[in-house]
Design a protein around this ligand. Sequence first.
Ligand SMILES: Cc1ncc(COP(=O)(O)O)c(C=O)c1O
Length: 342
Amino acid sequence: MNQRTIYLDRNENNYGPAPACFDVLRNTDLAKLSWYSRSFTTGVQSVLSSRIAHDFGLTEDRILLGYGAENILKQTIQCYLGKNETLMVPAYSWWYYKVIASEVGGLSVEYPMIMGKDQFFYDLAGMREVFSRVHPKVVFISSPNNPTGNTLPLPDLKAVLGDFRDAVIVLDEAYTYHGKTEYVKDLVEANPRLLVVRTFSKYYALAGVRIGFAVLGRNLPELSKFANRYLGFHRLSEEIALAALDSPDYYRVIAQKMAEDKERFYDELVRLPGFRVFKSDTNFILAEIPPDHKERLRSFLIGRGLVIKFMNEPLLNSHVRITLGTQEENRLLIDAFKAYFD
Ligand SMILES: Cc1ncc(COP(=O)(O)O)c(C=O)c1O
């Protein structure tokens, strides 16, 4: 029997997108494939950026669309980080940050994060110390952070932004949903060199469509110019993303199921021998596992068609990052963990 592989390793949303997104593909006017968008004739980049701007209460020129959040992060680095200049990143963070800095000959310097008993925290004093020592050109803050799952609380975020004025600050909110708009306008208005980056890949289950966006502070004209797409965006992707934004009820139900499953995971995982589980504000959970089980556990899970992320980084090398899947998938994974340690 061919067993299905269940991927719980890249923080995707295995429930899939809202039905309205599929309807876009079913009902689309195929002629669109042949023609560039004509949004520019109405003075905007795209229908999607207009909608996003409206939702955030900003003008459309303050929204930057990209081929996923990764593309926006990379363009920001290409635009602002020169050779031998410094990017500041969290000590525990998405590996991609350092790679894009090295691609332009830049340096990455890590700022510390506090590993609590069952939760990670941003270390404000540590961030300030590193900032004043290395004078970075660009600072990345990720909230909730991948792979640690913790958020930088808004008052703390505002406090450090106030201290980091000379740098370009990227707030990577890939794991935040679109409805959370209320604080973004104030943040970017108060911090002209800040950009807040989001994506349709996670909450909206549209990783394959590759759309991310940034809300820009007023003083990032170099980036707006650098990232300009004179011939527009992928016209079907824009419409699919709009359909997702118009389906909040569908996504709310999924978020509720995930929240319940996350609690279930905590309860089950903390009981496993040698496990330390970290609280997460997002769709994945980081857990430390007994190091000598790493390879055997990986093979055991793969034997059951279950793929999770076994971390392999200097500070996190006996840890797993588990993406929450559907309720059925989560149950299979929990059963597999229990069977392994039985
Ligand atoms: C923190 C973080 N930012 C950005 C991204 C990239 O998202 P996208 O699919 O929009 O490129 C990821 C992907 O896993 C991520 O973990």
